[in-house]
Design a protein around this ligand. Structure first.
Ligand code: EPU
Length: 338
């Protein structure tokens, strides 16, 4: 276990905000986490507690006066297997894409469309990460958590996690109550590819269809659109794609017949926020040192030295314009820490 005071969060947030945490604790086991929480209970600590993963979905408004907890719990352990599936228990501190690579190397199906998503395994279960027609909720069978108030270890079956598009019970009703320590995923042993999202199938044309080629295709598509946080600070999609009622969708489509969309159910349709922001003319534009990425308008970038407040001001201006043009509210996917 490592403990630091007045600790720079620059390596822990992909937006590249140069902010500090009053306290920072990195733990490598469930025991260590329980020890830290027990100490806090004994000391009657009342400062804020912020568990973070890879910091790829966080926007700090300034220095954080509480305690940041970072999991360095590692390990990818097969825990069960049958003819068709393997169950793997993974430490919350593993890098998500390392786990995807591990699955692809072993011939386990299901995670390949989620290649190259920044962040760590613990956050995958909180955010319900998704890309190219796949969502991690369809792989998760169980989430192991520690309860902050008591230190008790609990196993939450996926069915109880209230998973929905970029949502889970850990972001809503149970926000702040539990810290994820391990996630168990179920992967397939037989080929079962999902290639119908966007241009994934086109990207694979002329190539053999294998886990490795799908992973490479996803990486190429992402690289062509999404900025590398090591070169330009960003947190991937800044907003969630809004799910609107069908009459609202029909109203907008009457004016924009070529608008892209995804069917959700009989009454709802999802509209790409990036397309709407693009239509508002924001793509490639800046406000102060924060900007809208020039290849994917859903991504806000730090053009160098931006503060959290500058990014938030840009997000607000974008949100306002989308509301004015389309009558649709868009909401950040990124978590504001203010
Ligand atoms: N579009 C534009 N202009 C833009 C951006 C997008 O016209 O500036 C159009 C595209 O042409 C396309 C549609 O909008 O027709 C959708 O774009 P894209 O396929 O790039 O996906 P997205 O809906 O913008 C979502 C996820 C991404 C994920 C991709 C691929 C959310 C909030 N974002 O983006 O996830 O990689 O689909 O599955 O759902 C992330 O969460 O950080 C993330 C990158």
């Amino acid at each position: 276990m490592h403990r630091y005071t007045d600790y720079s969060l620059l390596p822990h947030n992909t937006f590249g905000m140069d902010v500090k945490a009053a306290f920072f604790v990195e733990y490598t086991s469930v025991d260590d986490l329980q020890t830290v929480l027990a100490e806090r209970r004994r000391a009657g600590a009342e400062d804020r507690l912020l568990p973070i993963g890879g910091g790829s979905n966080l926007l700090f408004g300034g220095d954080f006066s509480g305690t940041v907890l970072h999991s360095a719990i590692r390990g990818m352990m097969p825990v069960a297997e049958d003819d068709s599936h393997v169950w793997v228990k993974v430490g919350a501190g593993e890098v998500w894409d390392d786990f995807v690579a591990h699955c692809v190397d072993r011939g386990w199906y299901g995670a390949e469309n989620l290649s190259a998503i920044p962040g760590e395994v613990g956050a995958s279960a909180v955010q319900n990460i998704g890309a190219y027609g796949a969502e991690v909720k369809d792989l998760i069978t169980e989430v192991e958590v520690v309860e902050v108030a008591t230190g008790a270890l609990r196993l939450i079956p996926a069915a109880d996690c209230r998973y929905a598009y970029r949502q889970s019970i850990f972001k809503n009703e149970w926000k702040g109550r539990f810290i994820v320590t391990h996630v168990t995923y179920r992967l397939g042993k037989q080929p079962d590819f999902r290639l119908d999202y966007g241009n994934l199938r086109t990207e694979l044309e002329g190539k053999p269809l294998t886990l490795a080629t799908v992973r490479e295709a996803v990486r190429r598509i992402r690289d062509s659109k999404l900025p590398d946080p090591r070169k330009q600070g960003n947190a991937g999609s800044f907003f969630m794609n809004p799910v609107v009622e069908r009459p609202c969708f029909e109203r907008i489509r009457a004016d924009y017949p070529s608008m892209p969309f995804y069917e959700v159910d009989a009454d709802h349709v999802k509209i790409p926020a990036g397309w709407m922001i693009d239509q508002c003319g924001w793509k490639g534009r800046a406000l102060g040192r924060a900007g809208v990425h020039d290849r994917q308008a859903l991504v806000l970038v730090n053009r160098g030295g931006a503060t959290g407040a500058e990014v938030m001001a840009l997000a607000e201006a974008v949100r306002r314009d989308v509301k004015e043009k389309f009558g649709v509210e868009i909401h950040p996917e990124v978590n504001y820490i203010v």
